[in-house]
Design a binder for this molecule. Structure first.
Ligand SMILES: Nc1ncnc2c1ncn2[C@@H]1O[C@H](COP(=O)(O)OP(=O)(O)OP(=O)(O)O)[C@@H](O)[C@H]1O
Length: 338
């Protein structure tokens, strides 16, 4: 059981402000994703939770208690290292047992805990093998089991599946979600893959340059991004963000007074009869089709269901699904629609 909170935490490495006044609340038992581009401060959050680094300012709380003065070993938080961190000369079983043997735990208790972890992770049948004889996904599960036997209050993972190929990544993330729910433990998970974050997280924080730009559920952030930055980070193809001057061309009337740009997700852009925009590219992707369009020189993307019959060069009209227009001010901050 562990909730984890950051209160106005800053961390500097030399000239680099790795974290800038970060506040975060990760609730107990959450699958919480730290999401952002490289060097935005995600791994620094993990190091601070583990206690490998100390904040320069602010406070970190685990289950409501400040941990600044608590040494790493006493925090009982487990980092699940990537599969490379398994000992190659040991079998999977010896690897999983290792943290408990090191603590001189009673052998009977060790067997019970290892048996429990192996059952949860479905690795009983591969425990006799060394890591070299396991697939990437199996190694991953063994690495998780090794963390699991310690019975920590929370797990941390730093981009654990980025090295796997696309299909295995998809399988593994579904599995991680299942394991996390079964374990009933808080999992803090770093990723720079928006699809991964959206599919597994029940809470997430979007980072930019050491700052948290927004936190919430993936759905909240997708539907109500607070800025063009967050809007652009979630969703592929990315949200169309165009000058307000083009809003009328898409039948969007009004908008808040200070609005400088209009944002429309590709799936909320409707293609209608008309001659406002030119289709520049048609990309049929099976279940849906992506259109690249040009509206008065501005490129746009639309995602349509199925395989509608459009061809490059065709002129079309554009409308926006009612209630699905986003408006942003000159600084890129979201404005409430009027
Ligand atoms: N030990 C360190 N010494 C010096 N600079 C560091 C150290 N650790 C992190 N930094 C710097 O702090 C900033 C944030 O790094 P961090 O590793 O937290 O980013 P990240 O979002 O996890 O990036 P990535 O996705 O590439 O892992 C970067 O500019 C990085 O170079």
């Amino acid at each position: 059981m562990a909730s984890i909170s950051f209160r106005n935490v800053s961390k500097r490495f030399g000239d680099v402000l790795a974290l800038d006044d970060v506040s975060l609340d990760i609730r107990d038992n959450a699958f919480f994703c730290l999401f952002g581009p490289p060097l935005s401060g995600k791994s620094t959050i993990l190091k601070l939770i583990l206690g490998l680094e100390q904040p320069d300012a602010g406070e970190i709380l685990i289950d409501g208690r400040p941990v600044t003065l608590v040494p790493p070993a006493k925090r009982n938080v487990a980092m699940v290292f990537q599969n490379l961190a398994l000992f190659p000369h040991m079998t999977a079983l010896q690897n999983v047992r290792f943290p408990l043997v090191e603590r001189r735990m009673d052998p009977k208790q060790i067997e019970a805990r290892v048996g429990d972890a192996a059952a949860k992770l479905h690795i009983g049948h591969i425990l006799h093998k060394p890591p070299a004889q396991l697939s990437g996904g199996e190694r991953q599960r063994v690495a998780i089991a090794r963390a699991l036997v310690r019975d920590p209050v929370a797990y941390l993972m730093d981009d654990p599946i980025s090295a796997l190929d696309a299909r295995l990544r998809e399988e593994t993330r579904v599995e991680l979600r299942r394991i996390q729910q079964e374990m009933g433990k808080t999992l803090v998970y770093v990723t720079h893959d928006q699809e991964e974050a959206m599919s597994v997280a029940d809470g997430m924080a979007v980072f930019e340059n050491g700052r948290v730009r927004q936190t919430g559920t993936p759905e909240e952030l997708y539907r109500h991004p607070n800025s063009t930055y967050v809007a652009g980070m979630l969703g592929a193809p990315a949200m169309n963000v165009v000058p307000m001057a083009l809003a009328r061309q898409m039948q969007v009337e009004g908008g808040p007074q200070r609005a400088e740009t209009l944002g429309v997700r590709p799936e909320n852009l409707r293609v209608a009869p008309g001659a406002a925009a030119r289709i520049t590219e048609v990309e049929p992707l099976g279940g849906f089709t992506t259109l690249a369009l040009e509206l008065q020189g501005t490129p746009l993307r639309a995602t349509l269901r199925g395989q509608p019959k459009f061809t490059a060069g065709e002129m079309v009209g554009l409308t926006v699904d009612p209630g699905r227009a986003h408006f942003f001010d000159a600084g890129g901050a979201a404005l409430a629609a009027q």
